[in-house]
Design a protein around this ligand. Structure first.
Ligand code: TYD
Length: 214
């Protein structure tokens, strides 16, 4: 995108990684300094995407096959990119996105064993050059994540086997070890305050004018 003046920040991690709390805290500080922000989630984030999300997370639909699941995740993403992310980036906004392309790599590529190469190809088709400026990988071992989510009602993905969630975690570990510059690993076994302060260290160094004020 040649007219990109905004900034795309994505948050990734296995179940129970504390992403949502981290996003809320960052959003609140950014609003305090007068930033124009947009918060979105995946799957979902648009009217079409939210309908797709309902199908994807419906635990009454255990028969949804892995390829269909991947295609629906990517379809929701394509809609989000065109309807929301591209205009927001052109308008100088800071976007906080709860899950994005790397979730498909971890869950469908790793968890469902569809493979990284195929998922990357599909992601690339959906997002084009709308690549995040920074991707926070909130890393927490599956057993701790499970304890954190045990008290709530679980959706179709959360109800998957321990082996599935172990593969998801392994895929995120591979990303964390990949050396990709935009990946920033956050130790999600720490407290929310500690997670927030490590995220801020990185945000302050970013190009966007407002983030320098943090
Ligand atoms: P959500 O309730 O938003 O969970 P979380 O708080 O963990 O982000 O549910 C989204 C679920 O969808 C979550 O289990 C991860 C999964 N998911 C995929 O499997 N692939 C994807 O590409 C995305 C975006 C999410």
């Amino acid at each position: 995108m040649s007219n990109r003046t905004g900034c795309l920040i994505t948050f990734e991690g296995p179940e129970g990684s504390g992403k949502s709390t981290l996003i809320k805290s960052i959003a609140s500080v950014l609003l305090d300094i007068g930033a124009e922000i947009i918060e979105v989630r995946e799957p979902g984030g648009t009217p079409v995407g939210e309908k797709i999300r309902d199908v994807l997370l419906d635990k009454e639909l255990p028969e949804l096959c892995a390829k269909t699941e991947l295609l629906l995740m990517v379809a929701s993403r394509a809609q989000l990119v065109q309807e929301t992310l591209q205009p927001a980036l052109a308008g100088g906004k800071i976007i906080l996105c709860d899950r994005y392309a790397e979730s498909s790599e971890a869950y469908q590529g790793g968890g469902r064993e569809l493979g990284t190469a195929k998922v990357r190809e599909m992601n690339s088709y959906a997002i084009g050059d709308v690549i995040p400026d920074v991707t926070f990988l909130c890393m927490v071992p599956p057993e701790i994540g499970r304890q954190r989510t045990s008290s709530r009602e679980l959706d179709r993905m959360e109800l998957e086997s321990i082996a599935f969630h172990d593969r998801v975690y392994k895929a995120y570990c591979d990303m964390a070890d990949s050396g990709e510059k935009r990946f920033v690993v956050i130790d999600a076994s720490k407290t929310p305050e500690e997670m927030m302060s490590s995220a801020f260290e990185h945000l302050k160094k970013m190009e966007h004018q407002l983030l320098k004020l943090l």
